[in-house]
Ligand binder design. Structure first.
Ligand code: AN0
Ligand code: CP
Length: 319
C-alpha cells in the first residue's frame, strides 16, 4: 500500500478484516517489520485516541516514532501558494513538507476541515500536498473530508459484535454546541456502503451529507423510525454541508440526543461513537454507561486499524 486516505486504498474489506484479526491475535508478531523505520505524525489539530493508538501500533511494529504538533512549537505554516508571506506565518508548507519527509519513512497527518471554504476542504488541499510533495507514503489521521482509521476500527468493532450476519447499522446526527467537520460521518458512510450491511442515516433536514459519500444509504428524517430494529446506533454530530450553510450549526435540537427511550426502539442495539463525546448533548449518561455501549472496545480497535495500515505501508516500502 502506498497511501491510506480513503476506503479504496485498503482494497478488499474481507482481507483487511482478516489481517486485523491476525494482528489482534498477536500484535507483536511483526515487530521486526518496522526496525529502523521512522513514523512521523503531524498534528494540525488536537487528538487523544489517534496519537496514542497510532504510536502504539507503530511501536508494536518496531518503528521509531516522532510526533509534531504543528501549532505548538513549530513555525506557523502557510498552506496556500501565491500568498505574500508578510503576516504571522513564517514558513510555507511547500518547504516544510519535503523537509519533514526527509526525516522519516512514513507520514501520518491530522488536518481538520476549516469549515469556511467548502472547495478548499473537499479538495483536501493540505493532505494532498503531503501526498504530492513529501516523497513518502502518507496516511490520514483525519483529514478535511474523511477519517478512515476511525471507520476501519468501527468496521472491525461491528464485525466483532454483530448479532446477525447482515446487521442494521444506523448513523444518527446528534446535537453539539460547536461546528464539527463532516469527516467522520462521510467516512463512516463510505465504509458502510462498501459492506453489505443494512445502512441507514438519520438526521434533521438540512444536514444532508455529500452524496459522494452517502449514495446507496437509506436516509430517514424520522430518527425514531430509523432506530426501529437497529443492531448498532452510531451517533455523531456534524455541521451542515449544503450551501449556503456550509460549516454552520443549524440546530441544537436536544430532541435528537440518543437516550434510553430511543435505544428501547432498537433491537437491543449497541451504542457506538468515535469519541470524544459530549455527554447529555450527543448521548445520555445512562446510554453511554450501559452494557450496550461499546465505545471503549471501539476506541481500543484504533490500535488494530492503525497497525494493519502501518503494516501494509511498511510492506510497500522499497529498499
Ligand atoms: C472531531 C470531529 O468531529 O471531526 C474529531 C473526532 C474524532 N471532533 C471534535 O472536534 C469534537
Ligand atoms: N476518535 C478520534 O480520532 O479521537 P481523537 O480526536 O482523540 O484522536
Amino acid at each position: 500500500m502506498k497511501k491510506f486516505t480513503t476506503v479504496a486504498d485498503i482494497g478488499n474489506l474481507g482481507a483487511a478484516l482478516e489481517e486485523a484479526r491476525i494482528v489482534k491475535a498477536d500484535r507483536f508478531a511483526f515487530s521486526e517489520l518496522g526496525r529502523n523505520r521512522t513514523l512521523l505524525m503531524i498534528f494540525f489539530n488536537s487528538s487523544l485516541r489517534t496519537r496514542l493508538s497510532t504510536q502504539k501500533a507503530a511501536m508494536n511494529l518496531g518503528m521509531n516514532v516522532i510526533v509534531l504538533d504543528v501549532n505548538q512549537g513549530a513555525w506557523k505554516l502557510e498552506t496556500e501558494r501565491g500568498v505574500i508571506m508578510d503576516g504571522d506565518k513564517a514558513e510555507h508548507l511547500l518547504e516544510a513538507i519535503p523537509v519533514m519527509g526527509s526525516y522519516c519513512d512514513i507520514i501520518g497527518v491530522r488536518t481538520f476541515a476549516g469549515l469556511h471554504d467548502k472547495r478548499e476542504d473537499y479538495e483536501e488541499r493540505v493532505i494532498e500536498q503531503f501526498v504530492k510533495y513529501s516523497g513518502r507514503p502518507v496516511f490520514s489521521m483525519e483529514a478535511a473530508t474523511r477519517h478512515p482509521l476511525q471507520s476501519f476500527a468501527d468496521l472491525i468493532t461491528i464485525e466483532e459484535f454483530k448479532p446477525v450476519e447482515r446487521p442494521k447499522v444506523v448513523m444518527t446526527w446528534a446535537p453539539h454546541p460547536r461546528a464539527l467537520p463532516q469527516a467522520v460521518p462521510n467516512s463512516f458512510a463510505e465504509w458502510m456502503n462498501a459492506t453489505d450491511y443494512d445502512f441507514v442515516i438519520t438526521h434533521p433536514e438540512g444536514y444532508e451529507l455529500d452524496p459522494a459519500f452517502t449514495a446507496g444509504a437509506r436516509i430517514e428524517f424520522d430518527q425514531r423510525k430509523a432506530f426501529e430494529g437497529a443492531h448498532f446506533i452510531y451517533a455523531k454530530n456534524w455541521s451542515a454541508y449544503s450551501d449556503p450553510n456550509y460549516g454552520k450549526v443549524l440546530s441544537m435540537d436536544r430532541d435528537w440526543m440518543v437516550d434510553a427511550e430511543k435505544m428501547a426502539l432498537t433491537d437491543n442495539a449497541y451504542f457506538m461513537h468515535c469519541l470524544p463525546v459530549r455527554r447529555n448533548m450527543i448521548v445520555s449518561d445512562d446510554v453511554i454507561e450501559s452494557d450496550r455501549s461499546i465505545v471503549i472496545p471501539e476506541a481500543a480497535n484504533r490500535e488494530i486499524s492503525a497497525q494493519v495500515v502501518l503494516k501494509r505501508l511498511l510492506e510497500g516500502l522499497e529498499g
